[in-house]
Design a protein around this ligand. Structure first.
Ligand code: 3HC
Length: 315
């Protein structure tokens, strides 16, 4: 089939809200955008294990430790689903990890912030996983099949992540004055970086228009950010905590909450590698990859032995 017909068939599939599957013809730009976004998403999941993982040995109770263990393990699994989805586009996991370690593929800005207190684990669950759900539910309708299907299971697990964070924050907020203060301090530090998770303002988003035309993005960065703010304000009231934005106010005309100006210079600095924890996160990631080399080698040797045995048997 000639390229014109292939492009026409692809365009018709996207226009009919159909699903593109790995064996389908797709424009090179579509493939590249998906590899870029899915790899970034996968890297975010595994780097995101670090800020919370640091608290597993220091959780305040066996129950909190068990919940946190389950959550961090979930994030590893999310990374594996997403690396598998990206591999269907022709880039291997090894290549993606090499690009991450070399600073040539991104991970979410949010994971470059420190977690100095236990309340940070709760705030991450409520805000970061809450933002992730807001961003990920529309991705279950993404035009690329493997990505959309990975999102369905990931979103179910994210809901548990968000609920456990909210519950933990509520317990702290209703605890001693010191616990309440610790919860408020964590929310003060995580609120604005959580809004930045949704990406730059629509006017400064070079990828959004094409990603939307290809049915990868279903809503713009600002639309999802607004949806998240509207969800969080009443939840913060239930928590008895204040969101650190004096300009936050219900706008009856818009039917949404107005909110203050986001510091995009901070966002750009974090993307350039100058956030509070960028260097630490990548150093820990590289070390973990190096420490895990023996596992990969053992698995590869075992697979090769099995393969050789199967060939011998078939002969
Ligand atoms: N962190 C790092 N880089 C970001 C970013 C962020 N929060 N937001 C935007 N960027 C980058 C983009 O990658 C792009 O750079 P690039 O062209 O070099 O890749 C640039 O800023 C411009 O942004 P755009 O809006 O044009 O880029 P996108 O169209 O890709 O939109 C996005 C950005 C909304 C993050 C989109 O990529 C997306 O929806 N990704 C999937 C969701 C995701 O990755 N979430 C990360 C968190 S995962 C998580 O939280 C796990 C949970 O379990 C805790």
């Amino acid at each position: 089939m000639d390229a014109t017909r292939q492009q026409a068939d692809f365009d018709a599939l996207i226009a009919s809200d159909g699903r593109v599957e790995p064996r389908d013809w797709m424009p090179e730009g579509y493939r590249k955008t998906l590899i870029r976004q899915i790899a970034q998403h996968a890297h975010s999941e595994i780097i995101g294990m670090q800020p919370e993982g640091n608290w597993i040995t220091r959780a305040p109770s066996l129950r909190r430790k068990a919940i946190l263990l389950a959550k961090v393990q979930d994030e590893a699994g999310h990374g594996l689903y997403l690396y598998s989805a990206a591999e269907t586009l022709g880039m291997s996991r090894e290549e993606m990890l090499d690009l991450l370690h070399a600073g040539r593929q991104r991970y979410s800005s949010i994971f470059n912030y420190p977690t100095p207190t236990w309340a940070d684990v709760a705030a991450i669950g409520w805000l970061v996983d809450g933002a992730a759900i807001t961003n990920q539910v529309p991705l279950t309708r993404c035009s690329y099949g493997p990505y959309a299907r990975a999102m369905i299971r990931i979103c179910k697990e994210e809901s548990f992540h968000q609920r456990q964070g909210f519950e933990s924050l509520l317990q702290l907020s209703n605890g001693t004055p010191e616990q309440h203060e610790m919860a408020q301090d964590a929310v003060n530090r995580w609120w604005w970086p959580s809004l930045m998770m949704f990406g730059p303002p629509d006017d400064d988003s070079p990828n959004s228009a094409q990603s939307t035309a290809w049915g990868i993005k279903r809503f713009s960065n600002d639309e999802l950010r607004q949806r998240f703010v509207d969800i969080c304000v009443p939840q913060a009231e239930t928590l008895g905590l204040t969101l650190p934005d004096p300009d936050l106010v219900w706008n009856a005309e818009r039917g949404h909450y107005d909110y203050g100006v986001i510091d995009w210079t901070e966002f750009q600095q974090v993307l350039k590698g100058n956030g509070p924890c960028n260097r630490q996160r990548i150093a820990v990631r590289r070390q973990a990859h190096s420490d895990g080399a023996w596992v990969r080698e053992a698995a590869a040797a075992y697979a090769a032995k099995k393969q050789a045995a199967a060939v011998t048997e078939a002969a």
